[in-house]
Design a protein around this ligand. Structure first.
Ligand SMILES: [Mn+2]
Length: 410
C-alpha cells in the first residue's frame, strides 16, 4: 500500500493580516500532482486543516476542491482528522457528501465510522477509534486519534461516574490507555497504522507554538504510542521530524511565520506491506513566496534591500536599527519599492541593549513569561492569561480546563 502523510494545512491563515491562500493553493496543487504521479492509494491528513474554528469560505472551498481532485472520483481513499485548530463538528459536516468520493472525515477521538463503500474502496470493519480499510485487496487497520483535548479525552474515556478518580491520571497516561485498547485491533495480516494530532515528547518545536503546554502537561511520551504500529502519522508540530523510523511529523505545508521560515516544508510517502518495515520518502514542498527577515544597521540599508527584492515574490520583515522612530515618508519610500513588506520593526538602541541584558540575566519564570509575551505580541500579557500560566507552572490541579481555547498556535 502506498500512502501520503501530510498535516497542518492551516487554510485561511494570515501573515500579519496578509492572506496566504494563493500560496496554499500552489502547494495543494503540487500535492494533487504528486499523489497522481506517485500512484498514492491512501492520503492521511493529520489535522489542522484550517487555521481557525470559523474559517473563511474561500478556505473551505479550497479544502473541498483539493480533496475532490485528490480523490480522483473515489479512486483514492482520503482520511482526514481534526487538529486543535479545527472545529471537529464543522470539519466533518460534509462527510455524507464526501463519502462517495472516498473521503473519510473524523472529528473526535473514539469516533465510529460507518462500514461500507467509500468511493471505489471499502471500510470492512470499524469501531470506536479505529477502522479497517481494503484497497486493492490489501487491508490496513488504522487507529485514528483526532486532537484529544483533555476535556474530550475525559468525555470519551470515562463515561461512568465511578471512574472519576481516573480523571486525575496524567494526559499521557490516558492517551496510552486509549492506544493500548485500540492496538488490540492490529493483526498480522494487516498493515497497522496510526493517524493522530498530538504533541509527542522528543519533538523540537517548529516555531509558532505559544502554547502553555509547558511543564509537560499536554505532552505525550512516545513510548505510550502503539509499539506495534508500522507507521504513526502525526500532525501538530510544524517542523518536519522523525521521532523514530515509524513515528513522524510530516510538518506543515508552508512556513507560517518568520521563525518557521528557517526550515523547509515537506510531506512523506510511505510504502508498506503487512509485517514489513515501511519505506519512507520525504518530499520537499514548493515554497512559492518565502518569508525573509533582514536585520539592518540603518534606513539606507533597508532601502537597498527593498530595491534588491522588489522584483522577487517574497514576504519581507525589516528590523532596522535606529535612534528614533521612523518617519512616515521613510516607510512609504520602502513600501514603494517592495510591496510585500509584512512588518517594519525599528530596533531602538536602548531596546537592543535590553535584549542583550535579558539574554544574560537569569530571571524567574514569572517575569520571563511577561517579557516573552511582550516581545511576541507587542502588548502586555493580560492578567487572566498570566494567572493561568502561574497555575500551570505551580502545578495546581487544573484537570477540568479544556486546553483548546488557550493552547497555542501550532
Ligand atoms: Mn498546526
Amino acid at each position: 500500500m502506498k500512502l501520503l502523510h501530510t498535516s497542518d494545512w492551516h487554510l485561511g491563515k494570515n501573515l500579519e493580516g496578509y492572506s496566504r491562500l494563493e500560496e496554499q493553493e500552489v502547494v495543494l496543487d503540487y500535492l494533487v500532482d504528486l499523489v497522481n504521479k506517485e500512484n498514492i492509494q491512501v492520503v492521511l491528513i493529520a489535522g489542522d486543516i484550517y487555521d481557525t474554528a470559523n474559517p473563511p469560505a474561500k478556505a473551505e472551498q479550497l479544502f473541498y476542491q483539493t480533496l475532490k481532485r485528490m480523490s480522483n472520483h473515489g479512486q483514492r481513499l482520503i482520511i482526514v482528522i481534526s487538529g486543535n485548530h479545527d472545529n471537529p463538528e464543522r470539519l466533518v459536516c460534509a462527510g455524507p457528501l464526501a463519502r462517495e468520493h472516498g473521503i473519510i472525515m473524523i472529528g473526535y477521538p473514539k469516533t465510529t465510522i460507518e462500514i461500507g463503500q467509500y468511493g471505489k474502496h471499502q471500510v470492512v470493519a470499524a469501531g470506536a477509534g479505529y477502522l479497517e480499510i481494503e484497497v486493492e485487496k490489501e487491508r490496513a487497520v488504522i487507529l485514528t486519534l483526532p486532537y484529544p483535548s483533555e476535556k474530550r479525552l475525559n468525555d470519551v474515556l470515562y463515561e461512568i461516574q465511578e471512574e472519576e478518580e481516573k480523571k486525575a491520571e496524567s494526559y499521557g497516561q490516558k492517551i496510552g490507555e486509549l492506544f493500548s485498547q485500540l492496538e488490540k485491533h492490529y493483526r498480522e495480516d494487516t498493515i497497522n497504522l496510526v493517524v493522530s494530532h498530538l504533541f509527542v515528547q522528543g519533538s523540537q518545536n517548529g516555531g509558532s507554538e505559544r502554547s502553555i503546554e509547558l511543564g509537560g502537561t499536554y505532552v505525550v511520551d512516545k513510548n505510550l504510542l502503539p509499539q506495534k504500529a508500522q507507521y504513526i502519522a502525526l500532525g501538530h508540530i510544524h517542523k518536519p521530524q522523525v521521532l523514530g523510523e515509524n513515528l513522524r511529523y510530516s510538518g506543515a505545508i508552508l512556513p507560517f511565520n518568520k521563525r518557521e521560515s528557517k526550515y523547509k516544508n515537506s510531506c512523506n510517502i510511505i510504502t508498506v506491506a503487512p509485517k514489513e518495515v515501511p519505506l519512507v520518502e520525504v518530499k520537499e514542498l514548493p515554497n512559492p513566496k518565502p518569508i525573509k527577515v533582514y536585520r539592518l544597521e540603518n534606513y539606507q540599508e533597508a532601502l537597498e534591500v527593498c530595491k534588491e527584492t522588489s522584483k522577487e515574490d517574497s514576504w519581507v520583515y525589516l528590523e532596522i536599527k535606529t535612534d528614533s522612530y521612523m518617519k512616515e515618508e521613510e516607510i512609504k519610500e520602502l513600501k514603494k519599492w517592495k510591496d510585500s513588506i509584512v512588518a517594519i520593526e525599528p530596533i531602538l538602541a536602548e531596546q537592543e541593549e535590553k535584549e542583550e541584558q535579558s539574554f544574560h540575566r537569569e530571571l524567574p519564570m514569572e517575569e520571563l513569561i511577561k517579557d516573552f509575551y511582550k516581545s511576541q505580541f507587542q502588548t502586555e500579557m493580560d492578567e487572566e492569561l498570566y494567572q493561568l500560566f502561574l497555575t500551570i507552572i505551580r502545578n495546581e490541579d487544573d484537570n477540568e480546563t479544556d486546553s483548546v481555547s488557550i493552547t497555542g498556535n501550532q
